[in-house]
Design a protein around this ligand. Structure first.
Ligand code: PHB
Length: 365
């Protein structure tokens, strides 16, 4: 008999979802002026609300946290009001949605934030982000050389995350996911090649994971562990640099995270430059980390079912498949054909309006 584990509810310590399928956080770069979420977003997210959990696109927690133009924030009154319409639309469809809270660290430019990008240390990789072009319009621009964060910068950023989590609650989100992956701020602090600090936030592994742990603690105390999650990507590297110790560092982080009993730990496996996650690493993870695990990275219905059956994950998130298949859960359940993501659908990932955003149909429509 075929397993139907993907469609079974999941519950942990107050965190409850109707099935094991999540929509992964995905930047769609369609925000309105003043970085307010687009008016099309309530429909976009509601169309996908049959997922057990929707995770929002990355939401910068402050102006200086931004790394890309047209990504919607959650730090002004009108931005919060914009997100309220999204959460209301999702809840009306009996869905759940977490806000992904984002700070890009050094992966930014002055022309996007108005300030020098912040980083653990003043080190830059060759890197391009989506921002205003000198000749007008938008496109890929080289990041600016970052400044090493002072303790004051670190403390202000902690407060920005705390405020963003409160704002997310006010906006009606069911929880928040801290973006600790993909070469952004917390990933930079954890990686030895990006973090050369000599204070309590650099050097040994305890110090390199301190910043993100402090934020986890603040958020758990404020909104509750069942509403806090974290995303990491120890096997993904930003550019060509690879911190060989990162998988170990991540295990150390997991050991420390255990006590918080977070809603889930989200392992992003397959984006940009990545290495395969070995079975032995997954087994090690399960030994060390006792709380729910969500995995993401080009899973199919079959591979997702397999990893859940093995007990190496509790939920699986899908990214691009959810762009082209708003009813992905029903398609999986009924073995309906999938609308495959293609180079054509990729043209409307970022920017633009309804096309490639809210105009994908349910099967049979
Ligand atoms: C992207 O816009 O391509 C993007 C943003 C955030 C991520 C990964 C990719 O974590």
């Amino acid at each position: 008999m075929k397993s139907d584990i993907l469609f079974k509810p999941f519950e942990f310590n107050g965190f409850k979802v109707k099935n094991r399928i999540a929509m992964a956080p995905m930047t769609r770069a369609r925000s309105k002026k003043r970085d307010i979420i687009t008016d099309l977003a309530p429909l976009y997210y509601a169309q996908r609300a049959s997922a057990g959990l929707l995770i929002s696109e990355g939401i910068p927690v402050s102006k200086e946290a931004r790394g890309y133009a047209m990504t919607p924030g959650i730090y002004t009154r009108e931005q919060i009001e914009g997100w309220k319409k999204v959460t209301e639309a999702v809840h009306k469809e009996n869905g759940k949605i977490f806000a992904q809270l984002w700070h890009v660290g050094r992966r930014s430019a002055k022309s996007i934030t108005g300030t020098t990008p912040l980083a653990p240390s003043a080190i830059k990789n060759p890197d391009k982000v989506y921002g205003p072009l000198a000749e007008g319009g938008f496109g890929l621009i080289e990041t600016d050389f970052p400044k090493a964060m002072t303790i004051e910068d670190i403390n202000r950023t902690k407060q920005d995350f705390l405020q963003a989590a409160k704002n997310a609650m006010e906006a009606g989100f069911d929880g928040v996911e801290i973006h600790g992956a993909h070469g952004y701020l917390f990933d930079q602090f954890m990686r030895k090649d990006a973090n050369k600090r000599t204070d309590i936030y650099g050097g040994n592994v305890e110090n390199r994971i301190r910043f993100v742990l402090e934020i986890v603690k603040l958020l758990v105390e404020e909104i509750g562990a069942d509403k806090v999650a974290i995303r990491i990507s120890p096997f993904v590297s930003e550019i060509e640099n690879y911190d060989e110790e990162m998988p170990e560092t991540a295990l150390y982080l997991m050991k420390e995270l255990n006590a918080f009993q977070l809603a889930y730990l989200h392992l992003s496996e397959n984006i940009g430059n990545f290495r395969e996650v070995s079975d032995s690493y997954r087994i090690e993870m399960k030994k060390i980390y006792k709380n729910p695990i969500m995995v993401c990275g080009n899973y199919t219905k079959e591979t997702a079912t397999e990893i859940l059956e093995k007990g190496w994950a509790d939920m699986v998130s899908f990214g691009r498949l959810f762009i082209t298949n708003p009813d992905l859960v029903e398609r999986f359940k009924n073995n309906f054909p999938l609308e495959i993501d293609s180079s054509e659908s990729a043209m409307t990932y970022y920017g633009g309006g309804a096309e490639g955003y809210t105009d994908y149909k349910k099967y049979g429509e």
